[in-house]
Design a binder for this molecule. Sequence first.
Ligand code: ADP
Ligand code: MG
Length: 206
Amino acid sequence: MDNEHMLLELDHISKIYGDLHAVDDLSLTVPQGQWLAIVGSSGSGKTTLMNMIGCMDTPSKGSVMLEGRRLEDLNARQLADVRKNMIGLVFQKFYLVPHLTAVENVMVAQYYHSVVDEKQAMEALERVGLKERAHHLPGQLSGGEQQRVCIARALINCPKLILADEPTGNLDERNEKIVLDLFRQLHEQGTTIIVVTHDALVASCA
Ligand code: ADP
Ligand code: MG
């Protein structure tokens, strides 16, 4: 595939902390629509890599290109726009606001996109099968349900690229399957997904 269709290109990137090469000379191209799993043991640099792809950290060497745009050439505002318009983030920890309901947590994400629209937030929850749980607090939801709220939250900007860092790390098998089914649907709709995991089942889906 020619490079015009590459959503993401990593060109010899490294992240170096003193003597430690957290990421060491990695090159990778990811076409639009791919579902990619990056597998590695704890401490192998997965989160560091995701942070560089997600415009939250910069490489010590090499460059990251998203849709042909070199991130190092963008200013802070442009980087924030890329993050906001293009990327959806899902983490192992849920980072939900404990005193807000599920739908309010999704609306917090909308707030950062300057559109607070409860109907749309409800639709996002419906997509992840949580319409009936919309007015529950995170503490009243199971781990799997909380992660689905996080996925609804990540979907609010219709991201082209979902970056998921150990998204099922805190889930049991049943909930892991629900989350993987959601990723499968998003993939079928054309979303590019990069998932970091040390779980063989999660990796095998990609
Ligand atoms: P993983 O997500 O695969 O468990 P990380 O990307 O979190 O791994 O970390 C990779 C390595 O980089 C680890 O040895 C970690 O201690 C180190 N590291 C990560 N962030 C920093 C930092 N800000 N300063 C120094 N070392 C770091
Ligand atoms: Mg990590």
